[in-house]
Design a protein around this ligand. Structure first.
Ligand code: FAD
Length: 428
């Protein structure tokens, strides 16, 4: 592509219609904002620092692409915890049913998995992304890859750095920033925008890992022998939040769905006391008394490990975790042992680094964003996706909020540029 010619074309007809919307970030949030703005007959350019669009979306596709969740909207919104107010109106305006219809409109029929999670039947992101990019191209959206946003100059001019290091300025009638969070930076979203927006006076909460593993000091034997082993059908509690599910033992701690869901509580605990206490129920489906009876009735000649395996039905990995947590000093009394199996105390000393977490918490503070997803201090600049400070567990809630806020920002831009109620509101 001839960048200079493209640049001239983009800024040449500022007097005429349609107006020029620049979306920065070609992830799900940015592409959705681009789709909505283009549908409102605006000329849309999507700027992306990577050589291609939607790299994190494609990575999410490796796990089957959990698009959203089928539970009722009320518990669904509850998954965003204390950050629910930031996303609620956007998710209500673009709820899971709308997301499913949108995916199906791109030729990707969906199904509900046994856990209630919604996936495309293809169980990957590439066909959806391909169809989406083709639709955007058909709508006249220009994709400018290998261009990094490095500044927003007075007058809202975007300063971009091209592949050769050259700077270009891109004028616009409105901007949508959808630069992502801070996890998996090699896929494009490196969180460097935080300094840029903070310098422009926007309140940014530090990006922190979410939906990532936790650090627990296993004994060398457990780390060596059981790294990668699942702890199935367990329940994990932290600060009065309990989550059932599965965890995986890693060399340095635990990861997996049950752990990810506790991210906010664990972060909170670490923030206060530098150590967060986890309680692991290795047998959540059986009461303590019944478990104690089984343990008491175990064959007398069995070794401790065999007894735990047969009578308590613990896996070798679960037994190792139990032994580690007690310094290998297991109680002889069946009731005390049963109680321990149902509440194994673990000390979490840290979170896995943000580079390896599935998502990040923190970002643009909710109070900086108006109901149309425009930054209150930067008129004409809208924001969407994971760069906003909301947090949710895995289960489809991340893509749902990214796409819904992208939809809201696209609508906000359309109203802002189209006059009417939205523009008057913003003009205040
Ligand atoms: C391994 C993995 C698996 C996941 N699986 C799921 C799942 O199954 N379900 C689910 O709901 N969620 C999942 N997620 C999370 C989900 O992918 C993200 O929440 C979502 O992609 C966020 O969308 P976004 O558009 O806000 O940001 P991103 O997808 O991160 O897109 C932001 C874009 O902005 C670009 N960018 C950043 N800075 C600049 C700049 N300065 N200039 C130009 N461009 C820039 C980046 O290159 C990137 O392309 C997963 C994440 C990971 C890492």
């Amino acid at each position: 592509m001839d960048i200079d010619a493209e640049h001239r074309r983009l800024v040449s007809d500022r007097e005429g219609q349609p107006r020029h919307v620049v979306v920065v970030g070609a992830g799900p949030a940015g592409l959705m904002a681009a789709e909505v703005a283009a549908a409102a007959v605006h000329r849309v350019t999507v700027v992306e620092r990577m050589p291609s669009a939607g790299r994190k979306l494609l990575m999410a596709g490796r796990g089957g692409l959990n698009l959203t969740h089928s539970e009722d909207l009320e518990p669904f919104l509850g998954r965003y915890g204390t950050t629910r107010p930031v996303v609620e109106t956007a998710v209500r305006a673009f709820p899971p049913s709308a997301l499913i219809a949108w995916a199906e409109g791109l030729g990707q029929p969906t199904f509900i998995g046994s856990s209630g999670r919604v996936f495309p039947r293809a169980m990957k992101a590439s066909p959806l992304l391909r169809a989406w990019l083709a639709r955007l191209e058909h709508a006249g959206v220009t994709l400018l890859t290998r261009h990094r946003l490095v500044g927003i100059a007075p007058g809202r001019t975007l300063v971009l750095e091209g592949p050769d290091g050259a700077r270009i300025e891109l004028e616009n009638d409105a901007i949508v920033l959808a630069l992502g969070g801070g996890s998996w930076p090699r896929l494009g979203s490196d969180g460097r925008w935080t300094a840029l927006l903070a310098a422009l006076g926007t309140d940014i909460h530090p990006l922190q890992p979410s939906n990532g593993g936790v650090a627990i000091a296993w004994s060398p034997q457990t780390a060596e022998r059981f790294a990668g082993a699942p702890l199935k059908r367990i329940a994990v509690s932290c600060r009065s939040v309990t989550q059932r599910g599965e965890a995986i033992v890693t060399r340095t701690g635990l990861e997996g769905g049950a752990i990810y869901a506790l991210s906010p509580a664990i972060r909170d605990g670490l923030g206060r006391d530098a150590v967060a206490a986890l309680l692991l129920d290795l047998r959540p489906d059986i009461e303590t008394d019944a478990l104690a009876t089984r343990i008491a009735g175990a064959r007398k000649g069995d070794s401790r490990s065999n007894m735990l395996r047969k009578a308590a039905q613990l896996s070798p990995a679960a037994i190792a975790v139990l032994r580690d947590a007690t310094g290998n000093d297991l109680p002889a009394d069946p009731t005390a042992l049963a109680a321990l199996i149902k509440a194994v105390p673990l000390r979490v000393t840290g979170l896995m680094d943000i580079e390896h977490a599935i998502s990040s918490a923190g970002g643009i503070a909710g109070h900086e964003i108006d109901p149309h997803f425009m930054l209150r201090k930067l008129p004409g600049v809208f924001v969407a996706g994971e760069m906003i400070d909301w947090d949710a567990p895995t289960g489809g809630y991340l893509l749902q909020a990214s796409l819904a806020t992208g939809f809201a920002a696209g609508r906000g831009v359309a109203e802002y540029l189209g006059g009417g109620r939205g523009a008057r509101l913003h003009a205040k």
